[in-house]
Design a protein. Structure first.
Length: 224
């Protein structure tokens, strides 16, 4: 079990198929059990949609050229947003930017899960609303959880401000070398990670532990 604090900044990173969406679903199941409000911004219709099987978790599908009353939607404590098959990546990004602005100005005490975060939190292009949430969101109880499979495309500045990193096994030497700049001895630790194991690294005190794959058990369906 992973205890979720009241306020945090986390990065979850792993290659496609490593288990990061499954692990994130597990974390959100824990968040629901711990009565911590969350909102998931999924980028694929099946990755984390299974969470709506949990009590009081509401699913909202994003369609192209559709206006949403996000202020009203945020009256629900547990939300999963996901795109329709016709929604393009750019359309989804624009809707999510508007949603994040509504959260920042009108919500509080919420975990915000951002799938494929490198799209809005790039090395050379960080969306302004992300900077606001990262810089000022702590006072509002907003806890961003960034997910990415493209670690070198994700902002190193935002990563350096994260409390913890949850990271899976990597294979490309350049990626391993890059990660080692943020997580000392990652090249050695990486070799100890079995398939779907996840490394928990605490940036505040440098402590780490390996969470074994068999200890990560979801109760909702995983479609990714």
């Amino acid at each position: 079990m992973v205890e979720l604090p009241d306020n945090f900044r986390w990065l979850i990173a792993g290659v496609t198929g490593s288990g990061k969406s499954y692990f994130t679903g597990y974390l959100m199941e824990e968040a629901r059990r711990q009565l911590k409000r969350f909102i998931v911004l999924d980028t694929k219709k099946d990755n984390l949609r299974g969470l709506i099987q949990l009590k009081d978790v509401h699913g909202v599908q994003i369609y192209p050229n559709t206006a949403y009353n996000f202020f009203k939607v945020l009256t629900h404590d547990y939300l999963v947003f996901y795109p329709s098959e016709r929604t393009t990546a750019e359309q989804l990004k624009q809707q999510y930017k508007q949603l994040l602005e509504t959260i920042y100005y009108h919500d509080k005490n919420r975990i915000i899960v951002i799938e494929e975060a490198h799209r809005m939190v790039g090395q050379f292009n960080i969306e302004e609303i992300i900077e606001l949430i990262q810089r000022e969101g702590r006072g509002k109880g907003l806890s961003p959880m960034y997910l990415t499979q493209r670690i070198q495309d994700f902002s190193k500045l935002i990563w350096s401000q994260c409390d913890r990193t949850y990271i899976f096994r990597w294979f490309i030497p350049q990626d391993i070398s890059y990660i080692s700049k943020m997580i000392p001895d990652f090249d050695k630790i990486n070799s100890e990670l079995a398939e779907h194991d996840v490394l928990e690294y605490n940036h505040k005190n440098g402590e780490h532990k390996i969470i074994k794959a068999q200890d990560i058990k979801r109760i909702t369906a995983h479609y990714g």
